[in-house]
Write a protein that binds this ligand. Structure first.
Ligand code: ATP
Ligand code: MG
Length: 367
């Protein structure tokens, strides 16, 4: 395999010495083009070599036990600038689970999935999260992109197969998912895909959690310690005031909570259906536009997504409202919001059992 890559790196070296030769404008531009073309060749070759190695059975996995965050946190840092540049909201939910896998293959898998999610999503969100499921951890990458048509769901995993999608020509070669599929097979991590045209796509990689000592590296830094309050909690915030909403989301995010923030019930339902992720907690402002009771919003969301731990945030201090909250098992927080109280509330709500991902109607009946 080195035989292929070595002449290539030699070519790149020659090229860089050429670039140092004080060239005129025109040859310089050509030099840069050649360099970028060579870089593409290099990455295609590297991907092909990966695939052939994975196919030949020569690829050796080195299983080890490590905290999931060791892989997730660098990916977040790596992709955040790209997502921001595209105006996408990238959320990578921290996770303190310890897993058993090969960190470098696992990283490659997730890196390809996240790169795709960002590349093919024009607007909206990309959510990366992990959930415990029995002895496993399900790592999910969701986007609000164009979705993948039913009849293309096998094709996309084949080498050099790309879907017609305007605006992305030349951006990829169609090897990413071929690598993902093979690497998951090699690691023995089941890979699933859910997609809805026009709504988005989600990939799930299921990997075993380690039963060994938990959180070997927990809380080495103050930030990590701070994150624990809301680590791997997804909060849905319904608040009609844009500034308050923004402030709340920002505050929650500093505690490691991932936030979906929306202005009303309709937007909340639409978003959750779109991303297919049930939040762990609901924080709902009482005083919404039309003066209707926001307990309705909570009821509606619970009907569809299971009995989500919820709280009402309100300036309304009526005893009656408070009583109906108690009856329905809904938390209650007075406005103006005090950060310490909000944090306590999130902690209390977040420690409830978490409803399953993609929970559908009726799921809470079993609760
Ligand atoms: N999250 C996604 N949403 C919509 N379409 C997707 C998504 N991920 C992949 N696809 C489709 O599947 C095709 C194959 O994806 P794959 O990652 O294998 O290749 P690529 O992204 O085109 O190129 P490469 O990953 O090699 O740079 C893509 O070209 C795209 O059409
Ligand atoms: Mg790709």
């Amino acid at each position: 395999s080195h035989d292929l890559l070595q002449p290539l790196s030699a070519a790149k070296l020659f090229l860089s010495s050429l670039a140092n030769m004080d060239l005129d404008e025109e040859p310089l531009v050509v030099t840069q083009r050649i360099e970028s073309a060579l870089n593409s060749v290099e990455s295609i070759l590297a991907a092909l070599l990966d695939i052939s190695k994975l196919d030949s059975g020569q690829a050796s996995v080195e299983l080890s036990t490590f905290p999931m965050n060791q892989v997730l946190a660098p990916l977040r840092d790596e992709f955040q600038p790209l997502a921001r540049k595209k105006g996408l909201d990238l959320r990578v939910v921290g996770c303190d689970a310890v897993v058993k896998s090969d960190p470098s293959y696992l990283r490659r898998v997730l890196q390809n999935l996240i790169a795709n999610a960002i590349r093919y999503t024009v607007s909206g969100k990309v959510l990366v999260g992990a959930r415990r499921h029995g002895g496993d951890l399900r790592v999910e990458v969701w986007d609000t992109g164009p979705g993948i048509p039913e009849d293309k769901r096998e094709t996309i995993f084949k080498e050099f197969q790309r879907l017609e999608s305007a605006g992305h020509a030349g951006e990829g070669v169609g090897l990413g998912l071929a690598i993902v599929e093979r690497a998951c097979a090699l690691l023995d991590h089941p890979l699933q895909m859910h997609s809805q045209v026009g709504a988005g796509t989600g990939f799930t990689v299921t990997l075993p959690r380690s039963c060994g000592p938990t959180r070997p590296e927990a809380a080495q830094t103050p930030e990590a310690a701070g994150e624990q309050a809301g680590a791997h909690v997804i909060a849905l915030v319904i608040e009609n005031d844009k500034d308050v909403r923004w402030a709340m989301a920002t505050l929650l995010e500093t505690w490691g909570v991932s936030v979906f923030d929306v202005r009303d019930q309709a937007e909340a339902l639409a978003l959750l259906r779109e991303v297919g992720v049930a939040p762990d907690i609901l924080l709902v402002d009482y005083q919404l536009d039309h003066g209707e009771s926001r307990l309705d919003a909570i009821d509606a969301l619970r009907a569809e997504f299971g009995k989500l731990p919820s709280a009402l945030i309100t300036a309304n201090r009526s005893e009656e409202l408070r009583r109906s909250c108690d009856t329905k098992g809904i938390g209650y927080l007075n406005k103006p919001i005090k950060p310490a109280e909000l944090r306590q509330l999130v902690q209390a709500l977040g420690s409830h059992p978490v409803p399953a991902l993609r929970s559908g109607p009726g799921q809470d009946a079993a609760e």
